[in-house]
Write a protein that binds this ligand. Structure first.
Ligand SMILES: [Zn+2]
Length: 91
């Protein structure tokens, strides 16, 4: 089952649900995508809210898992968890 949702803009964007922030995050054309929506890998890492420590989220998405780095604000900092399947309820 797909863990990322492809949004058909002029430039494709890939949306996934972040179980740390409990909100969707977006990869755009600045990232390299493996092409496998069921077990996605994106590179390089994704850094959300770099200038706001209370909401910062920093992760790698590899092989369908999300590896949270230690500078995340949420409880999953430093952990690797399975990416949830994307559903419309993820919005
Ligand atoms: Zn997040």
């Amino acid at each position: 089952m797909a863990k990322v949702w492809k949004s058909e803009h002029e430039q494709p964007q890939y949306v996934f649900y972040c179980p740390g922030c409990k909100t969707p995050h977006v990869f755009d054309q600045r990232w390299t995508f493996s092409g496998d929506v069921d077990s996605p890998t994106f590179s390089p890492s994704l850094l959300c809210n770099p200038d706001h420590e209370p909401s910062r989220c920093h992760s790698f998405v590899r092989d369908g898992k999300i590896e949270f780095l230690n500078d995340c604000f949420h409880d999953l900092a430093g952990q690797t968890v399975e990416l949830p399947e994307w559903t419309n309820e993820c919005w």
